[in-house]
Design a protein around this ligand. Structure first.
Ligand code: PLP
Length: 359
């Protein structure tokens, strides 16, 4: 049986994206590769209608964390510091990355799954007046919380702070207002809402936020200035994962044909609601109130007396792979994402499998 992936990436592929993986062998120094890479970079900007003079795409080989690390290591100025909003596992990862690169880091901790308290954030910014950058996760996949970026962006704009966003699990399905929020960079990946395969990641960066080559670099492989410079010329600093790029190009064609991020948002929203309503009928409640979660993923409380392992194995035997909680939520929740090639009929079958558990 074909197992459907309901984990938050990698996603269940469409047949056309899977087939794209078998494209011709290609050297990354040949014009055919430059064409493929240019095409992907242009279309990634079009997802949110960005001006190529203002924003550039650095297309990397790696998972989403490579894009997070490239963003943080490349864009916090040499003498700068970073304030990080933490309300889940990925916010904590942003801090860890910054600390590893020796960046003075100020974590502002909120409850896992909780909202960002703008008043507390404001006080923290008052206290750390010299801070140059702020990093935040848009969709905090560890809990499903969709962080409201508008007030964060406003505070950053007032104070001239560079805003760096982990959009790995929201890019392509949630609203990202690059210009209105004056985003300095958004990190994302091919294998979440864009429905590509794991192995390609990218950072969309405001060109004026790229440091010049006089600044000391913290990283060779993940330096965004190098990527943007080389890729603007049709080159690449290092070997890229050509097959992943084929798949991403095909996934972007499919994405455009299906109506772009708004259509994908609506499709996910309908599937998430169907799942949520069905589970609530079975007595399984969500971790967050309706409306607090992204459309991409919802976290649910494990039914009484059912361990995650038992639930996971039961659903897997019915052809569905779900996802556990992370960190402090590992014992109490499970997560369901409806990214990828998933239909309403699939969700009906999933709900039937839950029912068969008799929880
Ligand atoms: C998936 C994800 C990442 C990247 O994780 P990888 O395991 O490196 O793919 C980063 N941030 C968020 C919010 C994610 O959901």
């Amino acid at each position: 049986m074909r197992a459907l992936l309901l984990n938050p990436g990698p996603v269940t592929l469409s047949e056309r994206v899977r087939k794209a993986l078998t494209g011709p062998d290609l050297c990354h120094r040949e014009p055919e590769f430059a064409g493929l890479q240019n095409h992907i970079r242009e279309r990634l900007l079009k997802v949110y209608g960005l001006d190529p003079k203002r924003y550039a795409v650095a297309l990397l080989t790696g998972s989403g964390t490579a894009a997070m690390e490239a963003m943080v290591a490349s864009l916090v100025p040499e003498d700068g510091s970073l304030l990080v909003i933490e309300n889940g596992a990925y916010g904590e990862r942003l801090s860890k990355i910054a600390e590893i690169h020796g960046i003075p880091t100020i974590p502002i901790k909120f409850e896992w799954g909780g909202r960002i308290d703008t008043q507390r954030l404001k006080l923290a910014l008052d206290e750390h007046e010299a801070v140059s950058c702020l990093a935040v996760v848009h969709h905090e996949t560890s809990t499903g919380r969709l962080n409201d970026l508008a007030p964060v962006a406003r505070l950053c704009a007032e104070r001239g702070i560079r805003l760096l966003v982990d959009g790995v699990s929201s890019f392509g399905a949630e609203d990202l207002r690059f210009d209105e929020w004056n985003l300095a960079a958004v990190a994302a990946a091919a294998n979440k809402c864009l429905h590509g395969v794991p192995g390609a990641a990218f950072v969309i960066v405001r060109r004026d936020a790229l440091p010049d080559d006089k600044e000391r670099k913290r990283t060779l492989y993940l330096d965004l200035s190098t990527y943007c410079r080389e890729q603007d010329r049709g080159g690449t600093p290092f070997t890229q994962s050509v097959q992943c790029f084929y798949a991403l190009a095909e996934a972007l064609s499919e994405f455009e044909e299906q109506g772009g991020w708004r259509a994908r948002h609506d499709k996910y929203a309908a599937l998430a609601k169907q799942t949520r309503d069905g589970l609530i009928k079975l007595g399984i409640n969500s971790l967050l109130p309706e409306g607090a979660s992204s459309v991409v993923l919802n976290a649910y409380l494990l039914p009484k007396g059912v361990t995650y392992q038992k639930l996971h194995d039961h659903l897997k035997s019915h052809g569905f792979v779900i996802y556990s909680g992370q960190g402090r939520l590992a014992q109490s929740i499970f997560r369901i994402s409806t990214m990828g090639e998933i239909t309403a009929a699939d969700v009906d079958r999933l709900l039937a499998a839950f029912k068969a558990l008799g929880a």
